[in-house]
Design a protein around this ligand. Structure first.
Ligand code: PLP
Length: 423
């Protein structure tokens, strides 16, 4: 599918008068339409809820937009729990799917009434010890082990993943939960990441539904909610076909009707914890070309770097690039598009065919709406960028300011004179 930037060169030229590059910009219209499509796709399930994986885009303005579509928050740390709470997302609208969890974070989750999803069998006793008593609503995370294959050769290796518990631990776990007075039970699994196929959720649902039946038969515990977690992918590459959430929802429904309904489990709620699918395609990193360097290859140096978007550096991930204003020009130049970090993997693209680029051009790096800004860091003393929201009426709102040097120095109490440094 052709990948088009959701802003034009002219719009960016206006925006940079107020907000200099680099920045991430998010498309409110796209986020809303997609959130509605997700809601519609699972509307057949009475208790359906999407818990947006806050780690993907931890911004309260975005979380509030999603909240209008009934979307809660999936948090993985105390700070994310605090963010959800501050955003007005409370109680069982918060899922706490963490791992290797400190006691203090369980305490906080319990205090604010979040639903706790336990990553490990040993955490049952740890949680009981921490809280004095297990909460009445509790979820367990499953790891089937082995290798999972979906379709188109997409696969992952849960047997090598640190998350979740084994079949036997899970069965034993529900027995313990029941004996300790837990009243509402959840089952969760995340087997494959970024699946660009409509088959992943239906395949996972079928496995988890069968497991829920087994749990009922072997322990007498009736699972109240099944959490399909994240993993629904997006088409980062133009040659990929984007997932169709309607087809995915119908696939889950077919498995539900085949497996759970005949078992009298039609009141089971389906939950999801999507991050990437909710916001990924609706964000772009906008950066300006500073330099062109010709040595053994042709390098385009931009004013963003891996601090603003880490995925290409850590996974070699592909992010599509549009040179704004040159959408219709032939891609007849081969470039490495680089940032300024003293790391040779600080490259947004390698050997990418693009139109001829000039210094001063604006480049849109696509699909940065999830696991983009959020993964940022401060290596080389680089400061994190601003986040902007392109509103439905075409106006632009600053939803997070860019970091200043004073933010960098904020944790260095030995330099109090930097505390009020505003520039
Ligand atoms: C527990 C959990 N839930 C949900 C997600 C969201 O995954 P995705 O962005 O692929 O939908 C993640 C991602 O790391 C996760 O760890």
């Amino acid at each position: 599918m052709e990948k088009k930037a959701f802003v034009t060169k002219e719009q960016i030229e206006e925006i940079v008068k107020k907000y200099p590059t680099p920045f991430h910009i998010y498309d409110e219209k796209g986020i809303r339409a997609n959130a509605q499509a997700v809601k519609d796709a699972f509307s057949w399930n009475k208790g359906y809820r999407e818990y947006f994986a806050v780690k993907a885009l931890p911004n309260p303005f975005i979380m509030k937009i999603l909240k209008e579509y009934g979307v809660g928050s999936d948090c993985s740390s105390k700070t994310e729990l605090m963010l959800a709470e501050k955003t007005g997302i409370t109680g069982d609208n918060i899922m706490f799917s963490s791992n290797d969890t400190p006691a203090e974070e369980f305490e906080y989750a319990a205090k604010i009434g979040a639903t706790i999803n336990l990553d490990d069998f040993s955490h049952i006793a740890f949680l009981e010890k921490t809280l004095g008593k297990l909460p009445e609503r509790l979820s367990l995370r499953y790891n089937p082990g082995g290798i999972v294959t979906v379709s188109n050769g997409i696969m992952d290796n849960p047997g090598d993943a640190k998350y979740g518990m084994t079949d036997d631990q899970l069965i034993e776990g529900y027995k313990i939960l029941k004996s300790k007075g837990v009243k509402e039970f959840g089952l969760h699994a995340f087997l494959v990441s970024n699946t660009v196929t409509n088959d992943y959720y239906p395949m996972l649902a079928e496995r988890l539904f069968k497991l829920a039946v087994k749990v009922k038969n072997e322990t007498g515990v009736k699972i109240n909610f099944i959490n399909l977690s994240g993993g629904v992918g997006i088409a980062y590459k133009p040659e990929q076909t984007p997932n169709d959430i309607k087809i995915i929802g119908e696939g889950v429904r077919a498995a539900f009707e085949k497996i759970l309904v005949p078992e009298g489990m039609e009141d089971t709620s389906i939950y999801t914890e999507m991050g990437r699918f909710m916001t990924g395609p609706y964000g772009m990193l906008i950066t300006k070309v500073l330099h062109e360097k010709k040595i053994y290859k042709d390098y385009i140096g931009v004013d963003a770097c891996a601090v603003n978007l880490m995925r290409p550096a850590i996974y070699g991930a592909y992010h599509h690039i549009t040179v704004l204003g040159k959408e219709n020009e032939p891609c007849d130049h081969k470039y490495d598009v680089t940032g300024s970090l003293c790391e040779n993997n600080d490259k947004f693209a390698i050997d990418r065919m693009l139109p001829k680029i000039n210094i001063g051009d604006y480049i849109a790096i696509h699909d940065t709406g999830a696991h983009g800004y959020a993964m940022g860091y401060n290596y080389n003393g680089k400061l994190k960028s601003a986040e902007l929201l392109l509103k439905e009426d075409g106006s632009v709102q600053l939803i997070r300011r860019a970091e200043k040097p004073s933010d960098y120095f904020a944790t260095l109490d030995c330099f109090p004179e930097y505390e009020d440094l505003s520039k």
